[in-house]
Design a protein around this ligand. Structure first.
Ligand code: 4AD
Ligand code: MG
Length: 478
């Protein structure tokens, strides 16, 4: 019977001394043959186990090494030592699993994040990753809470699809055809009619198009699932497999969309501040220590918790793309030729431009709307100026783009024309166009990159550190 155990978090917060308790977990440290610090992942704090002389024999004592798993029963008592309020005076101790101290990669010392990325299967057992993944869990839970409270339907959009929602051609193909001997058609191209689905298919880059179908019935839906992009971007912000939250709302224009996105981001931050303060404080301290080794001008102006509070308590800035370009052109950075990429109306904003706007100019999250139509997807609603579309990106300090969204083109003729211009075959998309044929309505939605949100809340800087097992170019371990 394993269920009769108390989680360490509850023991440490309950402080009901005097009772008999059982804990199970992994050894962090063992000192003086007497004090074991044990952790079960419910909190970063360990509980101290006190072993009285004679309770265990020497052979057992030698097996209490970092990483070994234990079951300990005993009395919860007030701690005499410093550093903890309560501890367990053991009456029995059982080793569940040994851990060879010579071979166990995690030593009771600070390891670099790079080293721990290689040991991603064990890094959950460190304080830093314990904190990160408890926060990631809380944020995922908060996503559902937020939308459920507002009457949204959680729609499971498919992972296998034949469409390329973003039209960027960054898809992973899915096939059961033999790669070295694929059937071909008379013209030499691959005959996908013989493939599993009878046509070329891929992993989805976004659940949006199917999400729109749902919104045309439920009014408000959201998707939250894995998405895949075969973009060869080996940066600290890109993953080949990432999770995205995509709400889609009927009867919403771009302004409604902006407001919902801002409310949503603030809700997630507020949720973590309410439920994960201990872990946030741990990461806050960690970040301060990291930055202590940097020169003053490279350090953050605000610490992590101050930053989260600041975002929570201030409105996001809203500017149009055209205004963003004007600000960049007038900036000292542009005049001193500090940007690597040129600035002119029509360019896709590069991350250096986004970060200038957010970190130097406005010093807070910025919503940029109304981008040139030529740099955005086919489904965005065309503005009356003929040049721009009702797009919105939200840019966050330290991250860059965290949300991408738009009001959708609900007018069938305009949508069909745009698809023709962009060479998107409308026959294959007739299911999508049906929403515009039968009871079309103004609607809008956005996608929040979940890992980028977790990056923002945890203050981490590499996206590989906020997803359990990162998939990036040339890397698909575990
Ligand atoms: O801007 P994107 O490409 O927008 C869409 O996919 C739309 N269909 C969303 C919608 O309107 N329903 O991606 C949305 C967000 C980005 O802002 C970014 O946060 C994240 O997804 N994202 C990535 N995150 C990690 N790794 C990548 N390779 C990402 N690509 C996009
Ligand atoms: Mg985008």
């Amino acid at each position: 019977m394993f269920n009769k155990r108390t989680k360490i978090k509850d023991l440490l917060s309950g402080e009901k001394t005097g009772q008999e308790v059982t804990v199970m977990g992994w050894v962090r440290t063992f000192r003086n043959n007497q004090f074991i610090a044990i952790n079960d992942g419910s909190t970063n704090n360990n509980i101290q186990i006190v072993i009285e002389l004679g309770l265990i024999d020497d052979a057992t004592s030698k097996r209490i090494t970092t990483g070994a798993s234990l079951k300990v029963s005993g009395k919860l008592i007030e701690s005499l030592g410093k550093g903890q309020k309560v501890e367990i005076k053991a009456t029995s101790l059982e080793i569940l699993g040994d851990s060879d101290a010579e071979k166990y990669p995690l030593q009771p010392k600070k390891h670099s994040l790079e080293f721990l990325r290689e040991k991603a299967h064990l890094r959950f057992r460190t304080n830093t990753f314990g904190a990160i993944f408890r926060i990631r869990h809380a944020l995922a839970f908060a996503v559902h809470q937020f939308f459920n409270d507002r009457g949204f339907v959680y729609l499971h959009t498919p992972i296998l699809t034949a469409s390329d929602a973003e039209g960027a051609g960054e898809m992973f193909q899915v096939t059961t055809l033999p790669l070295n001997n694929a059937p071909t058609k008379a013209d030499g191209t691959i005959d996908f009619s013989q493939d599993f689905f009878g046509k070329a298919t891929n992993l989805t880059v976004s659940g949006q198009l199917e999400g729109e179908l749902g919104a045309m019935a439920f009014s408000d839906i959201y998707t939250f699932g894995p998405t895949f992009r075969a973009e060869n971007s080996n940066t600290a912000r890109h993953l080949a497999e990432f999770w995205m939250i995509e709400p889609e709302m009927a009867f919403y224009d771009l302004e409604d969309n902006r407001n919902l996105a801002e409310e949503f981001i603030k809700y997630l931050i507020g949720y973590a501040m309410k439920h994960n303060m201990e872990d946030l404080e741990f990461l806050d301290t960690r970040l301060k220590e990291e930055e202590n080794s940097l020169p003053q001008d490279k350090r953050s102006e605000m610490n992590l918790i101050e930053k989260l509070e600041f975002v929570l308590n201030n409105s996001f800035e809203h500017i149009t793309y055209t205004e963003a370009i004007d600000i960049l052109l007038a900036s000292p950075a542009y005049k001193k030729k500090k940007f690597k990429y040129d600035v002119q109306w029509g360019i896709d904003l590069q991350s250096e431009h986004e970060r200038y706007l957010v970190e130097k100019h406005f010093k807070k999250p910025v919503i940029v709307t109304d981008y040139p139509k030529d740099i955005k997807a086919f489904y965005m609603r065309q503005n009356d100026d003929g040049k721009t579309v009702a797009a919105m990106d939200i840019l966050a300090p330290g991250i860059g783009e965290i949300v991408g969204g738009s009001q959708r083109e609900e007018r069938l003729d305009k949508l069909e024309n745009r698809m023709k211009e962009m060479d998107i075959p409308s026959e294959e998309m007739s299911w999508y166009l049906d929403t515009r044929r039968f009871g079309t309505v103004p609607h809008a939605g956005f996608g929040l990159g979940f890992e980028r949100m977790v990056l923002f809340v945890t203050g981490m800087t590499n996206i590989r550190d906020v997803i359990p097992f990162a998939r990036t170019p040339k890397n698909c371990e575990f």
